[in-house]
Design a protein around this ligand. Structure first.
Ligand SMILES: [Zn+2]
Length: 335
């Protein structure tokens, strides 16, 4: 149930524009009164621009079976935007800076992203520069289409791949624009090593504003988050805690001071069949207060849908405890 997110203490959730546009379509969400009313998610919501999925499809040259025929999902990438086929019904869809903003207005999340072109680490300097410059031109078009709204806030996205000069140039450009927040993109989507990821954020840290929120796209591991908070990043999004939960990997608190850390246990393992302990002795979430490892193991073995819900609830609860410990460390000045 969506209200469980509020119960857990989550302060914001991320909704995916590409997936909502391909299904059910932004018109029906708008007709329902926006994504808050449609999904009954009672907390602030952030939407991405659709760019990440569109460019992942292009880079992977993904194909889908549409009406019995295998077709490329991405049709064309131009200065104007990207045209691709929906994997659901084969219909032709277009993402441009303008349509991305219109889709995100129809969806109606509180915090929205400018349409950007994502690049991977293996793209050479010249192509990364061209892509970054196109992202900057697209940002200006997004700002023009967006205009100030008292209901939504627009983030501009810093790109520039794995190149220090380009990251700095992009940071300088994006932070000068009339946007409500700053995001950093393409840090984690191409298998870069940890050192390279850290460098990409370090290069732009001096440009990040103190008076606007800063979001890092696609980062969700505890050690990374703690490090990037030191760079001045305020918010993160990642599928990691919920995706591993649905696979049966449950977080267990390891260290409590000053920042909470965790390890994972695989609840599918036979050793948990007769284990009547809590999932995590140190966790006081509703799952740990009420259910045992044996019961979670049973649900996963029987592929009962409740198992995925309970595992997700618990992992997000640990995540919240982790973020609370970071906020406390900041206020205690010990991060
Ligand atoms: Zn728990």
């Amino acid at each position: 149930m969506p209200n469980l997110l509020a119960e857990i203490g989550s302060q914001v959730a991320f909704v995916n524009t590409y997936h909502l546009v391909t299904h059910p379509g932004p018109e029906i969400i708008e007709k329902a009164g926006g994504i808050h009313a449609y999904s009954k998610l009672p907390i602030p919501l952030m939407s991405d621009s659709g760019g990440f999925q569109v460019f992942s499809l292009a880079q992977n040259k993904r194909k889908a079976t549409v009406r019995g025929e295998e077709e490329a999902l991405v049709e064309k990438i131009t200065e104007d935007g990207v045209t691709f086929r929906s994997a659901f019904d084969g219909s032709l869809l277009s993402f441009t800076p303008e349509t991305s903003i219109v889709f995100q207005k129809q969806i109606g999340a509180d915090l929205i992203m400018a349409f950007d072109e994502c690049t991977s680490a293996d793209i050479p300097h010249k192509k990364t520069k061209e892509s970054m410059e196109r992202t900057h031109r697209w940002l200006l078009r997004c700002i023009n289409k967006f205009r100030a709204s008292d209901k939504q806030y627009l983030y501009g996205i810093i790109q520039g791949g794995v190149f220090e000069d380009l990251r700095k140039e992009s940071a300088e450009f994006v932070t000068k624009q009339d946007v409500d927040g700053i995001a950093i993109g393409s840090i984690a989507n191409s298998g870069e090593g940890k050192t390279q990821m850290q460098s990409q954020v370090d290069w732009v840290t001096e440009y990040l504003p103190n008076d606007k929120p800063v979001h890092l796209l696609g980062i969700g591991y505890a050690e990374d988050i703690a490090n990037f908070v030191r760079n001045g990043i305020d918010t993160f999004d990642c599928v990691e805690p919920t995706r591993v939960a649905r696979m049966g990997y449950l977080y267990q608190i390891q260290d409590k001071k000053p920042i909470v850390g965790w390890k994972e246990i695989d609840i599918n393992k036979g050793i948990f069949k007769n284990n009547l302990e809590k999932v995590d002795e140190q966790c006081s979430c509703n799952v740990c207060e009420n259910f045992t490892k044996s019961y979670l193991h049973h649900l996963f073995k029987q592929k009962e849908l409740l198992g995925y819900t309970l595992a997700t609830y618990h992992n997000l609860s640990i995540m919240e405890r982790f973020m609370a410990s970071i906020r406390k460390a900041i206020s205690d000045d010990i991060l």
